[in-house]
Design a protein. Structure first.
Length: 206
């Protein structure tokens, strides 16, 4: 009988300690049965434990709530008609510019359309220039390490936001560019690390 009170101690946590003590003294099983159905709701606390998990999901989705605050500071988005009109005007303007370039240089062919690879290459080139690449021989490289870090981080943001939406070739190119840009940044920052100056040896008096 010593084992039975140990199992019934769990029922005391369910705010029925007094009733269970009475059922221990009464031999009638009918009084013990009401306690067991109350023990079955023991999964009840598990359901309550799941509720905080359900509340934790909105908390994880809460960070995107910062976007509405940012959107509140922006002007209202253009309508579909405004976007279409602007796109047509932009295409006409670029066509006039290309006609002027061909008039001055008839041998020049049409400019290729801008694609995703051009965006990645532009970010990579910007990062390399900010880290001193392309400096002419004999000149001191001008390094913008803070700007380079921002550009490399932009490539990382691009890789994160486009994950799952790129072709195999585009993803391979983006990951390679990101890896090379980060490696160049690491090499540059390791060279910029200040080495501790070792003090000169003490002078021994003769």
């Amino acid at each position: 009988m010593s084992d039975t009170p140990k199992f019934e101690v769990i029922d005391r946590r369910k705010m029925k300690a007094d009733e269970e003590r009475e059922t221990r003294q009464e031999p009638a099983p009918a009084a013990a049965q009401p306690a067991t159905p109350a023990a079955e709701p023991a999964p009840g606390p598990r359901l309550v434990a799941n509720e905080p998990r359900a509340e934790s999901a909105p908390k994880q989705a809460a960070p995107p709530a910062e976007e509405p605050s940012l959107a509140a500071e922006l002007p209202p988005p253009p309508t579909a008609e405004e976007t279409s009109e602007q796109k047509a005007a932009y295409d006409a303007s670029t066509q006039r510019l290309e006609d002027l370039i061909r008039a001055q240089n008839p041998a020049a062919g049409p400019q290729p359309p801008v694609g995703f690879e051009h965006l990645v290459q532009q970010l990579y080139l910007t990062a390399m220039l900010q880290m001193g690449a392309g400096t002419q021989e004999g000149q001191r490289p001008r390094v913008d390490i803070v700007g380079a870090r921002s550009t490399v981080d932009l490539i990382g943001v691009l890789a994160e936001k486009t994950r799952g939406n790129l072709s195999a070739a585009e993803d391979q190119m983006l990951q390679t560019v990101l890896f090379e840009a980060r490696m160049a940044f690491l090499e540059l920052t390791s060279m910029m690390t200040v080495q501790p100056v070792t003090p000169p040896p003490p002078v021994t008096k003769k």
